[in-house]
Design a binder for this molecule. Structure first.
Ligand code: NA7
Length: 571
C-alpha cells in the first residue's frame, strides 16, 4: 500500500511534466494568504463543478479545489487504454441547455478524452476557471465552533476559511492496491490504471499482466488484447459483463434529437438509477417462458445497462428470478468463448453469485479476446498471487515474467477518499470532548444523514458519497439533485440568518437503519463486492449505497426540506 504514492510520482514523472511543474511552483510559491469564503468545494468532477456554478449563481463566494491538474474528476485520472463511461448519452451530461445546445458527442459511450473535452467546454461556458485551483490536495479540515467556520489546509500550503465545507470527492478518490510483498522490487513497470502515464507506454509485443476484472480491468484487457505480445488476466471473481452496443455518431446523427433532451433529463429523477429507463412493471414469472426470452433478447439487443436495470423488477430481489437472468447471460456469453475450460471460468454452468449484485461492466469484445492465442486467464483463487518479484508475479504455482503489471484492483470505494482527509468536527461527548475525526466517527461503520451530512461535523456536506444512491446512480443526475438540495439549504439558512447546521445523531441512526432495510430486501448483501466494503481488508462490511433508488432518495430529500430541514439542528 505504501507504494501508491510512488506510483503516483512515477506517473507524474513519466507523463505529466506540467503537473509536476505546477506542484513545484505551488510548493515554493508565496500565495499562501488565508482565503475567506462562504463555501469551499473539493473535487472538480460532475458534483463539484455543478456546486461551484450553482453557488456562485446564488451569490455566494465560493472556490473549487482539485488534486488533479484539470476538470473531470475520475475522467482526469482514468486515461488507460479503453477508458470510457458506461452510461449512454444523452444522459451523461448536465441538463443546462447552454451546455448541450452547442455540444455534439462523438459516441454513445464517450471515451475518457471526450469527457475531458466536455468538461473543458463546461468550464468555458460556465466560466469556472477563475474560481478553481488545481494541483491542490486537501489534507485537513478543522471546525471552529465559535466562529462557525471550517479551516481547510492543503498539501501545497494553502489555507481556506469557509462557512461551508463541501466534499465532492466522489466514490473513487482513494486507490486500492493489495499489500503484496515486492512491488518495489519489480524491474518492469507497475501501474495502477488511474495513474496511467500521460505519455502512452508502448505495449506492442510486450508481456503484460492485468490483475483485476472490474470495469477497469475489462476495458484495458479488451484494448491490450489487440497489442500485447502476451496478455495474462488474473481473475478473482468473474464479471457478468453485458454488451455495450457502442455507436459512433457522425456529423448528421448524434444519436438523439436535441428537442427530446429536456424530456430525457426530467425522466432521470424518476428512474431507479438516474437514467431514462427503469425496471419493468412486471415480475420475471408473470411472463411465459417464451415471452420472457423475448424480453431478455430485446434488452440484450439494446445494450447499455438495460439487461441489469431495465429488466423485471424482481431480478435483484428474488433468487429464482435472478437465476433466470443469469442463465440467459451465461448461455449468451459462453457462445462467445471457444475453449470450454475458459468458458467455465468466465461464465460457469453453476451460478457463482447473484446476477447484478456486483458492478456490471459494459463490454465490446471482452469475452472474444480469450479466443486469441496471446490472451490467457489465470484464476487467482486456484493459484493465488504470493508476491511481486523482480521479474514479475509469483503465484502459488510458479513465477511468471512480465514487462508490465497493471494493477486494476480498484478503490477503497465511497468512504476511503473522505476518511483519508484529516477532518475534525466539533468536540464530541464520545471522545471525552475532544474533536472527533471523520475516520474515528466511521470506525465502527459509516454514519451519515441522507448520505449528505454527518453529526458532529456541522456545515459539512458530502456529494456522491456513502449511503446515497451514488455508484448506482448516473453521475450527472446525482450531481444535480444533491447539488440543488445543498444550495437550497444554504439559501434557506441565509434567509433565516442561520449560521450553523448539524445532522442529529438520531437522524444518522435512523438513516442507517433505512439504508440497511433497503439493502437487505435485495440480493446485494449476499455477494462480496465493494458496494458492501468487501474489497478492502479490514473494512467494516455494510451496505455503502442507498438502494431505495433515485425517486425514493429524492422523496426523502424533499420530505426533509419541506419539514424545515427535519433531522438537523440549526441555529
Ligand atoms: P473494482 O470494480 O473494485 O475491480 C477491482 C478488481 O480487482 C476486481 O475484479 C477484484 O476482484 C480484483 N481484486 C481486488 N483485490 C484483488 C486481489 N488481492 N487479487 C486479485 N484480484 C483482486 O475496480 P475498477 O477500477 O475496475 O472499477 C471501479 C469503478 O470505477 C467502476 O465500477 C466504475 O464505476 C468506475 P473481486 O471482484 O473483488 O473478487
Amino acid at each position: 500500500m505504501a507504494s501508491i504514492e510512488n506510483l503516483k510520482h512515477l506517473a507524474l514523472d513519466v507523463g505529466d511534466q506540467n503537473r509536476t511543474k505546477a506542484t513545484y511552483e505551488f510548493n515554493s510559491g508565496v500565495d499562501h494568504a488565508i482565503q475567506y469564503l462562504d463555501a469551499l468545494v473539493v473535487g472538480a468532477g460532475f458534483g463539484g463543478v455543478y456546486q461551484l456554478k450553482k453557488l456562485r449563481d446564488h451569490g455566494y463566494s465560493v472556490k473549487l479545489v482539485e488534486s488533479g491538474s484539470d476538470y473531470g474528476g475520475v475522467w482526469y485520472w482514468n486515461r488507460y487504454p479503453g477508458a470510457r463511461v458506461d452510461t449512454a448519452n444523452p444522459q451523461y451530461q448536465f441538463s443546462d441547455p447552454a451546455l448541450w445546445e452547442d455540444w455534439e458527442w462523438k459516441q454513445r459511450f464517450p471515451r475518457s478524452a471526450e469527457i475531458r473535452a466536455y468538461f473543458a467546454h463546461v468550464a468555458e461556458i460556465w466560466d469556472l476557471r477563475k474560481d478553481t485551483k488545481f494541483d491542490t490536495f486537501v489534507t485537513a479540515a478543522t471546525w471552529d465552533d465559535q466562529e462557525a467556520t471550517w479551516t481547510v489546509k492543503t498539501e501545497n500550503g494553502d489555507t481556506y476559511k469557509a462557512k461551508f465545507f463541501l466534499l465532492s470527492t466522489g466514490f473513487a478518490a482513494k486507490r486500492y492496491i493489495p499489500d503484496w510483498k515486492g512491488i518495489d522490487k519489480f524491474k518492469g513497470t507497475f501501474i495502477h490504471p488511474s495513474y496511467w502515464p500521460h505519455e502512452e507506454p508502448d505495449l506492442k509485443g510486450k508481456k503484460v499482466a492485468i490483475i483485476g476484472t472490474g470495469s477497469t480491468g475489462i476495458q484495458i484487457a479488451t484494448e491490450l488484447g489487440k497489442v500485447a505480445g502476451e496478455l495474462y488476466i488474473f481473475q478473482r471473481t468473474l464479471n457478468m459483463s453485458l454488451p455495450m452496443r457502442q455507436v459512433d455518431y457522425n456529423d448528421h446523427d448524434h444519436g438523439y434529437p436535441k428537442s427530446g433532451y429536456p424530456e430525457i433529463f426530467s425522466q432521470r429523477t424518476t428512474s431507479f438509477g438516474g437514467f431514462d429507463f427503469n425496471f419493468l412493471p412486471r415480475a420475471t414469472f408473470d411472463d411465459t417462458r417464451e415471452k420472457r426470452l423475448q424480453t431478455y433478447e430485446e434488452l440484450w439487443a439494446e445494450g447499455d445497462f438495460k439487461f441489469w436495470l431495465a429488466t423485471y423488477h424482481d431480478m435483484l430481489f428474488s433468487l429464482s428470478a435472478n437465476h433466470e437472468a443469469y442463465t440467459f447471460w451465461r448461455d449468451k456469453t459462453r457462445a462467445k468463448i471457444r475453449d470450454p475450460v475458459i468458458a467455465d471460468m468466465l461464465a460457469p454452468m453453476d451460478q457463482p453469485y447473484a446476477f447484478g449484485t456486483k458492478r456490471i461492466s459494459l463490454e465490446t469484445g471482452y469475452f472474444e479476446i480469450f479466443n486469441q492465442e496471446n490472451v490467457h486467464l489465470v484464476d487467482v483463487n486456484a493459484t493465488p498471487i504470493q508476491e511481486i518479484t523482480e521479474l514479475g508475479i509469483k503465484t502459488s504455482e510458479k513465477e511468471m515474467e512480465f514487462d508490465y503489471i497493471i494493477c486494476a484492483t480498484g478503490y477503497d470505494a465511497l468512504t476511503g477518499g473522505l476518511a483519508q482527509i484529516d477532518i475534525k468536527g466539533r468536540s464530541s461527548p464520545s471522545r471525552t470532548s475532544r474533536p472527533e475525526s471523520l475516520k474515528e466517527h466511521w470506525e465502527n461503520g459509516t454514519l451519515t444523514y441522507l448520505g449528505l451530512a454527518v453529526s458532529s461535523f456541522p456545515n459539512m456536506f458530502i456529494q456522491y458519497g456513502p449511503q446515497a444512491p451514488t455508484a448506482l446512480c448516473n453521475g450527472p443526475t446525482c450531481a444535480e439533485l444533491q447539488g440543488d438540495w445543498i444550495v437550497g439549504l444554504l439559501d434557506y439558512m441565509r434567509e433565516k440568518g442561520l449560521k450553523r447546521i448539524e445532522a442529529k445523531s438520531e437522524s444518522e441512526r435512523k438513516w442507517k437503519e433505512d439504508v440497511l432495510k433497503f439493502a437487505n430486501a435485495t440480493l446485494l448483501p449476499q455477494t462480496k463486492s465493494w458496494y458492501m466494503g468487501d474489497n478492502v481488508p479490514g473494512k467494516v462490511r455494510e451496505p455503502l449505497i442507498f438502494l431505495g433508488g433515485v425517486p425514493e432518495y429524492l422523496r426523502r430529500l424533499g420530505e426533509c426540506r419541506d419539514g424545515g430541514y427535519e433531522g438537523f439542528v440549526m441555529e
